[in-house]
Design a protein around this ligand. Structure first.
Ligand code: NAD
Ligand code: TYD
Length: 340
Protein backbone atom coordinates (compact mmCIF):
# COMPACT_ATOMS: atom_id res chain seq x y z
CA UNK A 1 0.00 0.00 0.00
CA UNK A 2 1.39 3.39 -1.02
CA UNK A 3 0.57 6.57 0.86
CA UNK A 4 0.17 9.67 -1.27
CA UNK A 5 -0.07 13.04 0.41
CA UNK A 6 -2.00 15.57 -1.66
CA UNK A 7 -1.99 19.21 -0.58
CA UNK A 8 -4.86 21.46 -1.65
CA UNK A 9 -7.07 18.41 -2.07
CA UNK A 10 -10.21 20.35 -1.15
CA UNK A 11 -9.69 22.73 -4.07
CA UNK A 12 -10.81 22.42 -7.67
CA UNK A 13 -8.03 20.32 -9.20
CA UNK A 14 -6.69 18.67 -6.03
CA UNK A 15 -10.12 17.24 -5.23
CA UNK A 16 -10.49 15.86 -8.75
CA UNK A 17 -7.07 14.24 -8.34
CA UNK A 18 -8.11 12.62 -5.01
CA UNK A 19 -11.32 11.33 -6.61
CA UNK A 20 -9.31 9.84 -9.48
CA UNK A 21 -6.88 8.12 -7.09
CA UNK A 22 -9.62 6.67 -4.90
CA UNK A 23 -11.34 5.30 -7.99
CA UNK A 24 -8.38 4.05 -9.99
CA UNK A 25 -5.67 3.34 -7.38
CA UNK A 26 -7.76 1.69 -4.63
CA UNK A 27 -4.60 0.21 -3.08
CA UNK A 28 -3.27 3.72 -2.29
CA UNK A 29 -4.00 5.66 0.88
CA UNK A 30 -4.80 9.30 0.08
CA UNK A 31 -3.89 11.92 2.68
CA UNK A 32 -5.35 15.35 1.92
CA UNK A 33 -3.75 18.35 3.62
CA UNK A 34 -5.70 21.55 3.06
CA UNK A 35 -6.18 24.63 5.23
CA UNK A 36 -9.63 25.29 3.69
CA UNK A 37 -9.15 28.85 2.51
CA UNK A 38 -11.98 30.83 0.91
CA UNK A 39 -11.33 28.75 -2.26
CA UNK A 40 -12.34 25.47 -0.62
CA UNK A 41 -15.99 24.68 -0.06
CA UNK A 42 -15.94 21.99 2.68
CA UNK A 43 -18.82 20.14 1.03
CA UNK A 44 -16.52 19.43 -1.94
CA UNK A 45 -14.87 16.60 0.00
CA UNK A 46 -17.91 15.15 1.75
CA UNK A 47 -18.00 11.96 -0.36
CA UNK A 48 -14.26 11.33 0.02
CA UNK A 49 -14.49 11.62 3.81
CA UNK A 50 -16.59 8.44 3.82
CA UNK A 51 -13.83 6.46 2.09
CA UNK A 52 -11.63 4.39 4.45
CA UNK A 53 -8.60 5.00 2.20
CA UNK A 54 -8.87 8.79 2.65
CA UNK A 55 -7.67 10.97 5.51
CA UNK A 56 -8.08 14.72 5.82
CA UNK A 57 -5.92 17.15 7.80
CA UNK A 58 -7.01 20.77 8.05
CA UNK A 59 -3.47 22.14 8.10
CA UNK A 60 -1.70 25.06 6.46
CA UNK A 61 1.37 24.21 4.36
CA UNK A 62 3.02 27.28 5.91
CA UNK A 63 2.79 25.60 9.33
CA UNK A 64 6.16 23.81 9.54
CA UNK A 65 5.40 21.98 12.78
CA UNK A 66 1.95 20.91 11.63
CA UNK A 67 3.31 19.60 8.32
CA UNK A 68 6.22 17.77 9.94
CA UNK A 69 3.79 16.12 12.39
CA UNK A 70 1.69 14.82 9.50
CA UNK A 71 4.79 13.38 7.80
CA UNK A 72 5.84 11.80 11.11
CA UNK A 73 2.46 10.11 11.36
CA UNK A 74 1.70 9.21 7.74
CA UNK A 75 5.17 8.66 6.19
CA UNK A 76 3.96 9.39 2.64
CA UNK A 77 5.75 7.75 -0.28
CA UNK A 78 4.62 10.46 -2.68
CA UNK A 79 3.70 14.14 -2.21
CA UNK A 80 1.76 16.12 -4.80
CA UNK A 81 1.55 19.83 -4.09
CA UNK A 82 -1.63 21.49 -5.39
CA UNK A 83 -2.05 23.88 -2.44
CA UNK A 84 -1.76 27.45 -3.65
CA UNK A 85 -3.32 30.83 -3.86
CA UNK A 86 -4.48 30.49 -7.43
CA UNK A 87 -6.33 33.59 -8.64
CA UNK A 88 -4.45 36.22 -10.68
CA UNK A 89 -6.85 39.07 -9.81
CA UNK A 90 -6.41 38.45 -6.08
CA UNK A 91 -2.62 38.41 -6.52
CA UNK A 92 -2.82 41.88 -8.06
CA UNK A 93 -4.73 43.13 -4.99
CA UNK A 94 -2.65 41.33 -2.36
CA UNK A 95 0.60 39.69 -3.50
CA UNK A 96 2.01 38.82 -0.05
CA UNK A 97 -0.06 35.73 0.67
CA UNK A 98 0.86 34.34 -2.78
CA UNK A 99 4.55 34.49 -1.92
CA UNK A 100 3.97 32.93 1.49
CA UNK A 101 1.81 30.00 0.43
CA UNK A 102 3.12 29.33 -3.05
CA UNK A 103 6.84 29.69 -2.35
CA UNK A 104 7.44 29.28 1.39
CA UNK A 105 4.72 26.62 1.73
CA UNK A 106 6.42 24.62 -1.04
CA UNK A 107 9.74 24.96 0.77
CA UNK A 108 8.27 23.60 4.00
CA UNK A 109 6.80 20.60 2.19
CA UNK A 110 10.13 19.84 0.52
CA UNK A 111 11.99 20.21 3.85
CA UNK A 112 9.63 17.61 5.31
CA UNK A 113 10.28 15.37 2.28
CA UNK A 114 14.02 15.67 2.89
CA UNK A 115 13.72 14.85 6.56
CA UNK A 116 11.36 11.87 6.26
CA UNK A 117 12.44 10.54 2.86
CA UNK A 118 10.25 10.35 -0.19
CA UNK A 119 9.99 8.55 -3.52
CA UNK A 120 8.67 11.60 -5.33
CA UNK A 121 7.73 15.22 -4.73
CA UNK A 122 5.53 16.52 -7.53
CA UNK A 123 4.90 20.22 -7.97
CA UNK A 124 1.70 21.21 -9.78
CA UNK A 125 2.77 24.14 -11.89
CA UNK A 126 1.18 26.40 -14.45
CA UNK A 127 1.86 27.53 -18.01
CA UNK A 128 1.59 31.11 -16.72
CA UNK A 129 5.28 30.89 -15.73
CA UNK A 130 6.14 31.30 -19.42
CA UNK A 131 4.44 34.70 -19.60
CA UNK A 132 2.29 35.28 -22.67
CA UNK A 133 2.43 34.92 -26.43
CA UNK A 134 1.34 37.59 -28.92
CA UNK A 135 -2.11 37.21 -30.46
CA UNK A 136 -0.75 37.60 -33.98
CA UNK A 137 1.70 34.66 -33.74
CA UNK A 138 -0.49 31.53 -33.65
CA UNK A 139 2.60 29.52 -34.67
CA UNK A 140 4.22 30.03 -31.24
CA UNK A 141 3.73 27.67 -28.27
CA UNK A 142 5.16 27.17 -24.78
CA UNK A 143 7.75 24.39 -24.62
CA UNK A 144 9.38 23.12 -21.43
CA UNK A 145 12.51 25.12 -22.26
CA UNK A 146 10.66 28.38 -23.03
CA UNK A 147 12.24 30.98 -20.72
CA UNK A 148 10.40 31.88 -17.51
CA UNK A 149 8.95 35.36 -18.06
CA UNK A 150 6.17 36.09 -15.62
CA UNK A 151 3.60 38.87 -15.58
CA UNK A 152 1.50 38.71 -12.40
CA UNK A 153 2.41 38.21 -8.75
CA UNK A 154 0.59 34.85 -9.04
CA UNK A 155 2.67 33.57 -11.94
CA UNK A 156 5.83 34.94 -10.36
CA UNK A 157 5.13 33.07 -7.14
CA UNK A 158 4.51 29.85 -9.09
CA UNK A 159 7.69 30.32 -11.14
CA UNK A 160 9.67 30.95 -7.94
CA UNK A 161 8.30 27.73 -6.48
CA UNK A 162 9.29 25.80 -9.62
CA UNK A 163 12.84 27.17 -9.40
CA UNK A 164 13.03 26.21 -5.74
CA UNK A 165 11.82 22.69 -6.56
CA UNK A 166 14.56 22.35 -9.20
CA UNK A 167 17.10 23.74 -6.72
CA UNK A 168 16.11 21.09 -4.14
CA UNK A 169 16.63 18.46 -6.82
CA UNK A 170 20.04 19.73 -7.85
CA UNK A 171 21.31 20.58 -4.36
CA UNK A 172 19.77 17.88 -2.18
CA UNK A 173 18.90 15.30 -4.86
CA UNK A 174 15.24 15.42 -3.88
CA UNK A 175 13.37 13.27 -6.45
CA UNK A 176 11.10 15.89 -7.97
CA UNK A 177 8.93 16.34 -11.03
CA UNK A 178 6.99 19.40 -12.22
CA UNK A 179 3.97 19.60 -14.49
CA UNK A 180 2.87 22.88 -16.07
CA UNK A 181 -0.71 22.88 -17.22
CA UNK A 182 -2.90 25.28 -19.16
CA UNK A 183 -6.25 26.65 -17.89
CA UNK A 184 -8.50 23.98 -16.39
CA UNK A 185 -12.29 23.84 -16.43
CA UNK A 186 -14.82 21.44 -14.96
CA UNK A 187 -16.90 20.79 -11.82
CA UNK A 188 -16.06 22.32 -8.42
CA UNK A 189 -14.10 25.36 -9.72
CA UNK A 190 -14.54 28.35 -7.45
CA UNK A 191 -16.72 31.01 -9.13
CA UNK A 192 -14.01 33.66 -9.18
CA UNK A 193 -12.56 32.05 -12.33
CA UNK A 194 -13.91 32.84 -15.78
CA UNK A 195 -16.14 29.86 -16.56
CA UNK A 196 -17.97 29.30 -13.23
CA UNK A 197 -18.24 33.06 -12.65
CA UNK A 198 -19.97 33.52 -16.01
CA UNK A 199 -22.27 30.53 -15.42
CA UNK A 200 -23.23 31.83 -11.99
CA UNK A 201 -23.89 35.37 -13.23
CA UNK A 202 -25.89 34.16 -16.23
CA UNK A 203 -28.00 31.99 -13.92
CA UNK A 204 -28.86 35.12 -11.93
CA UNK A 205 -29.31 37.31 -15.05
CA UNK A 206 -26.44 39.45 -13.79
CA UNK A 207 -23.99 41.21 -16.18
CA UNK A 208 -21.13 39.06 -17.48
CA UNK A 209 -17.96 41.15 -16.90
CA UNK A 210 -15.59 40.58 -19.83
CA UNK A 211 -12.17 42.21 -19.35
CA UNK A 212 -10.99 44.53 -22.13
CA UNK A 213 -12.31 43.39 -25.49
CA UNK A 214 -12.54 39.72 -24.53
CA UNK A 215 -9.90 38.79 -27.11
CA UNK A 216 -7.34 37.27 -24.74
CA UNK A 217 -6.79 33.60 -25.49
CA UNK A 218 -6.56 30.73 -23.02
CA UNK A 219 -5.80 27.07 -23.75
CA UNK A 220 -8.49 25.01 -21.97
CA UNK A 221 -8.12 21.49 -20.57
CA UNK A 222 -10.78 19.44 -18.77
CA UNK A 223 -9.73 19.02 -15.15
CA UNK A 224 -9.78 15.22 -15.15
CA UNK A 225 -7.40 15.15 -18.12
CA UNK A 226 -5.00 17.33 -16.13
CA UNK A 227 -5.23 14.91 -13.18
CA UNK A 228 -4.58 11.92 -15.43
CA UNK A 229 -1.54 13.78 -16.76
CA UNK A 230 -0.18 14.25 -13.23
CA UNK A 231 -0.71 10.57 -12.46
CA UNK A 232 1.20 9.67 -15.64
CA UNK A 233 4.08 11.91 -14.57
CA UNK A 234 4.18 10.16 -11.17
CA UNK A 235 4.15 6.71 -12.72
CA UNK A 236 6.12 7.21 -15.92
CA UNK A 237 7.89 10.58 -15.70
CA UNK A 238 11.62 11.04 -15.22
CA UNK A 239 12.88 12.60 -12.00
CA UNK A 240 14.11 16.17 -12.40
CA UNK A 241 11.94 16.75 -15.48
CA UNK A 242 9.23 19.26 -16.35
CA UNK A 243 6.17 18.20 -18.38
CA UNK A 244 3.79 20.62 -20.11
CA UNK A 245 0.14 19.49 -20.11
CA UNK A 246 -2.41 20.97 -22.49
CA UNK A 247 -4.80 19.97 -25.21
CA UNK A 248 -4.32 22.51 -28.03
CA UNK A 249 -7.66 24.01 -27.20
CA UNK A 250 -7.33 27.75 -27.58
CA UNK A 251 -10.34 30.02 -27.25
CA UNK A 252 -10.79 33.77 -26.89
CA UNK A 253 -12.61 34.68 -23.68
CA UNK A 254 -15.53 36.18 -25.56
CA UNK A 255 -16.06 32.88 -27.43
CA UNK A 256 -16.31 31.05 -24.09
CA UNK A 257 -18.78 33.57 -22.70
CA UNK A 258 -20.97 33.27 -25.79
CA UNK A 259 -20.91 29.45 -25.63
CA UNK A 260 -22.06 29.62 -21.99
CA UNK A 261 -24.89 32.04 -22.76
CA UNK A 262 -26.07 29.92 -25.69
CA UNK A 263 -25.99 26.74 -23.63
CA UNK A 264 -27.99 28.39 -20.83
CA UNK A 265 -30.43 30.07 -23.22
CA UNK A 266 -29.52 33.55 -21.97
CA UNK A 267 -29.18 36.70 -24.13
CA UNK A 268 -25.82 38.16 -25.26
CA UNK A 269 -27.06 41.50 -23.94
CA UNK A 270 -25.81 40.29 -20.53
CA UNK A 271 -22.21 40.71 -21.76
CA UNK A 272 -20.61 43.82 -20.23
CA UNK A 273 -17.12 44.91 -21.22
CA UNK A 274 -15.23 46.16 -18.17
CA UNK A 275 -11.81 47.70 -17.46
CA UNK A 276 -9.04 45.32 -18.40
CA UNK A 277 -6.94 43.37 -15.87
CA UNK A 278 -3.59 45.05 -15.10
CA UNK A 279 -0.77 43.36 -17.04
CA UNK A 280 -3.31 41.03 -18.69
CA UNK A 281 -1.56 38.14 -20.49
CA UNK A 282 -2.58 37.98 -24.15
CA UNK A 283 -2.37 34.33 -25.07
CA UNK A 284 -1.38 31.05 -23.46
CA UNK A 285 -0.72 28.00 -25.65
CA UNK A 286 0.95 24.78 -24.53
CA UNK A 287 2.92 22.36 -26.65
CA UNK A 288 2.24 19.03 -24.87
CA UNK A 289 4.41 16.95 -27.26
CA UNK A 290 6.87 15.82 -24.56
CA UNK A 291 4.17 14.47 -22.22
CA UNK A 292 2.44 12.76 -25.13
CA UNK A 293 5.60 11.10 -26.44
CA UNK A 294 7.19 10.14 -23.11
CA UNK A 295 4.17 9.37 -20.97
CA UNK A 296 1.66 8.31 -23.60
CA UNK A 297 -0.68 10.87 -22.06
CA UNK A 298 -3.28 12.67 -24.08
CA UNK A 299 -6.49 14.56 -23.35
CA UNK A 300 -9.64 12.47 -23.62
CA UNK A 301 -12.39 15.08 -23.33
CA UNK A 302 -13.03 17.45 -26.23
CA UNK A 303 -13.90 21.02 -25.29
CA UNK A 304 -17.31 20.86 -26.95
CA UNK A 305 -18.25 17.94 -24.68
CA UNK A 306 -16.38 19.11 -21.57
CA UNK A 307 -18.03 22.52 -21.52
CA UNK A 308 -21.49 20.90 -21.74
CA UNK A 309 -20.63 18.52 -18.88
CA UNK A 310 -19.35 21.46 -16.86
CA UNK A 311 -22.41 23.66 -17.38
CA UNK A 312 -24.69 20.73 -16.62
CA UNK A 313 -22.78 20.04 -13.38
CA UNK A 314 -23.18 23.66 -12.21
CA UNK A 315 -26.87 23.58 -13.09
CA UNK A 316 -27.30 20.44 -11.00
CA UNK A 317 -25.21 21.78 -8.10
CA UNK A 318 -26.65 25.22 -7.51
CA UNK A 319 -26.44 24.59 -3.74
CA UNK A 320 -22.68 24.18 -4.04
CA UNK A 321 -22.46 27.45 -5.98
CA UNK A 322 -24.68 29.22 -3.45
CA UNK A 323 -22.43 28.05 -0.61
CA UNK A 324 -19.42 29.55 -2.41
CA UNK A 325 -21.09 32.82 -3.29
CA UNK A 326 -22.44 33.85 0.11
CA UNK A 327 -20.60 35.90 2.74
CA UNK A 328 -17.02 36.82 1.82
CA UNK A 329 -17.67 36.34 -1.89
CA UNK A 330 -20.17 39.19 -1.96
CA UNK A 331 -17.53 41.57 -0.58
CA UNK A 332 -14.97 40.24 -3.03
CA UNK A 333 -17.35 40.68 -5.95
CA UNK A 334 -18.21 44.23 -4.95
CA UNK A 335 -14.54 45.17 -4.54
CA UNK A 336 -13.41 43.65 -7.85
CA UNK A 337 -16.38 44.47 -10.05
CA UNK A 338 -18.29 47.18 -8.15
CA UNK A 339 -17.22 50.18 -10.21
CA UNK A 340 -15.04 48.52 -12.80
P1 NAD B 1 -7.98 26.34 -5.95
O1 NAD B 1 -7.79 27.76 -5.56
O2 NAD B 1 -9.30 25.86 -6.42
O3 NAD B 1 -7.60 25.40 -4.71
C1 NAD B 1 -6.48 25.64 -3.91
C2 NAD B 1 -6.62 24.76 -2.67
O4 NAD B 1 -5.44 24.97 -1.87
C3 NAD B 1 -7.81 25.14 -1.79
O5 NAD B 1 -8.47 23.98 -1.36
C4 NAD B 1 -7.19 25.88 -0.62
O6 NAD B 1 -7.91 25.74 0.58
C5 NAD B 1 -5.83 25.21 -0.54
N1 NAD B 1 -4.83 26.08 0.08
C6 NAD B 1 -4.54 27.38 -0.26
N2 NAD B 1 -3.58 27.86 0.55
C7 NAD B 1 -3.24 26.84 1.39
C8 NAD B 1 -2.29 26.70 2.42
N3 NAD B 1 -1.50 27.74 2.78
N4 NAD B 1 -2.19 25.52 3.07
C9 NAD B 1 -2.99 24.47 2.74
N5 NAD B 1 -3.91 24.54 1.76
C10 NAD B 1 -4.03 25.71 1.09
O7 NAD B 1 -6.85 26.05 -7.01
P2 NAD B 1 -6.84 25.04 -8.25
O8 NAD B 1 -7.41 25.72 -9.41
O9 NAD B 1 -7.38 23.74 -7.81
O10 NAD B 1 -5.28 24.92 -8.49
C11 NAD B 1 -4.52 23.90 -7.86
C12 NAD B 1 -3.07 24.00 -8.32
O11 NAD B 1 -3.00 23.89 -9.73
C13 NAD B 1 -2.44 25.35 -7.98
O12 NAD B 1 -1.11 25.09 -7.56
C14 NAD B 1 -2.46 26.11 -9.28
O13 NAD B 1 -1.39 27.02 -9.35
C15 NAD B 1 -2.30 24.99 -10.29
N6 NAD B 1 -2.88 25.23 -11.62
C16 NAD B 1 -4.18 25.65 -11.73
C17 NAD B 1 -4.72 25.83 -13.00
C18 NAD B 1 -6.16 26.24 -13.18
O14 NAD B 1 -6.59 26.48 -14.30
N7 NAD B 1 -6.97 26.34 -12.14
C19 NAD B 1 -3.94 25.60 -14.14
C20 NAD B 1 -2.63 25.18 -13.97
C21 NAD B 1 -2.11 24.98 -12.71
P1 TYD C 1 -9.12 33.30 -15.06
O1 TYD C 1 -10.20 32.27 -15.00
O2 TYD C 1 -8.96 34.24 -13.91
O3 TYD C 1 -7.77 32.51 -15.36
P2 TYD C 1 -6.28 33.08 -15.75
O4 TYD C 1 -6.26 34.54 -15.65
O5 TYD C 1 -5.42 32.45 -14.70
O6 TYD C 1 -6.03 32.59 -17.12
O7 TYD C 1 -9.35 34.18 -16.35
C1 TYD C 1 -9.38 33.59 -17.64
C2 TYD C 1 -9.50 34.71 -18.65
O8 TYD C 1 -10.78 35.34 -18.49
C3 TYD C 1 -8.47 35.82 -18.46
O9 TYD C 1 -8.05 36.29 -19.72
C4 TYD C 1 -9.23 36.90 -17.73
C5 TYD C 1 -10.66 36.74 -18.23
N1 TYD C 1 -11.71 37.10 -17.27
C6 TYD C 1 -12.71 38.01 -17.63
O10 TYD C 1 -12.74 38.52 -18.77
N2 TYD C 1 -13.67 38.33 -16.72
C7 TYD C 1 -13.69 37.80 -15.47
O11 TYD C 1 -14.59 38.15 -14.65
C8 TYD C 1 -12.68 36.85 -15.11
C9 TYD C 1 -12.64 36.24 -13.74
C10 TYD C 1 -11.70 36.52 -16.05
Amino acid sequence: MKTILVTGGAGFIGNCFCKLLLKERPEWKVVNVDSLTYAANPSTIKEELKNPNYVFYKTDIRDREGIFNIFEKEHPNIVVNFAAESHVDRSIENPGIFLETNILGTQILMDACRKYGIERFHQVGTDEVYGDLPLDRPDLFFHEDTPIHTSSPYSTSKASADLLVLAYHRTYELPVTISRCSNNYGPYQFPEKLIPLMINNANHDKPLPVYGEGLNVRDWLYVEDHCRGILSVLEKGRVGEIYNLGGHNEKANIEIVKIILKELGKPESLITYVTDRKGHDQRYAIDPAKAMAELGWQPTIMFKDGIKLTIKWYQEHKDWLDECTSGEYLKYYKKMYGDR
